[in-house]
Design a protein around this ligand. Structure first.
Ligand code: ADP
Ligand code: MG
Length: 238
């Protein structure tokens, strides 16, 4: 298990500073939700934690280690993206184990991890299927499974449920919550959906234009919004 400590983080695309001197402490084992409107920098922040983009300034520590310039594979994180690009020719089992095979994890260990993740995500009966033979919700479970088998201390989710219908979203929300309780890992979860934030979060970070507006428990940000933007965005009483 590990937390994430971000200090003075700045990210620029050309002259456009998308993340503006951001400080954020993600506590070990918490389910932190990054909430904010489209374009406010949520994905950019997540990608910087994952090491997928370069930072312009500041630092990122993961599990107490300076990972600001570390390669993605060195960071001990698992990531689930919004669009779950599964390998169409591979079975569910192969999709889930691919990253571990590339990393030369021993076969028996791969089998153990895939079995465990498949059980948690109710994918065991589907391990021999190809993605085309799965429903949208099942595919998204495979995408989550692919991250879980890394058995990382920190999991990053970028709007993983946004392509699903309301019923599936509600179902997967419950599963994600259970997963978090079972694993005890640190979760950083991006969404622009207030319901998702309210039901999943230990704490919510409300962002606007690359700047944190408020950090608090769901009850705190809903009942005591720090400003009009937070109140308006949550549809809460101002
Ligand atoms: P969110 O995930 O909150 O919707 P993003 O982090 O995707 O927001 O984007 C924040 C801002 O950064 C947007 O204005 C977007 O256009 C810009 N941006 C994101 N990625 C890039 C990139 N690779 N190159 C240039 N601009 C980018
Ligand atoms: Mg995004």
């Amino acid at each position: 298990m590990s937390g994430v400590n971000i200090q003075g983080l700045s990210i620029k695309f050309g002259h456009n500073e998308v993340i503006k001197g951001l400080d954020l402490q993600v506590h070990e084992g918490e389910f932190l939700v990054l909430l904010g409107p489209s374009g406010c920098g949520k994905s950019t922040l997540l990608h910087s934690i994952a090491g997928l983009i370069d930072v312009s300034g500041g630092s990122i520590h993961i599990g107490g280690q300076d990972m600001t310039h570390a390669e993605p594979a060195e960071r001990g994180i698992g990531m689930v993206f919004q669009s779950y690009a599964l390998y169409p020719t591979m079975t569910v089992e192969k999709n889930m184990s691919f990253g571990l095979r590339v990393a030369r994890v021993p076969k028996a260990e791969i089998a153990r991890r895939v079995d465990k993740a498949a059980q948690m995500l109710q994918l065991t009966p589907l391990l021999d299927r190809k993605p085309a033979q799965l429903s949208g919700g099942q595919r998204q479970r495979v995408a989550i499974g692919r991250a879980l088998v890394r058995e990382a201390g920190v999991f990053l989710f970028d709007e993983p449920l946004s392509n699903l219908d309301a019923k599936l979203r509600a179902e997967l929300r419950r599963e994600l919550k259970l997963l978090h309780q079972t694993l005890g890992s640190t979760m950083v979860y991006v969404t622009h959906d207030q319901v998702e934030a309210m039901t999943l979060a230990t704490r919510i970070v409300v962002m606007k234009s690359g700047v944190i507006q408020q950090i608090g428990t769901p009850a705190e940000v809903y009942e005591r919004p720090a400003n009009l933007f937070v109140a308006g965005f949550l549809g809460a009483p101002a």
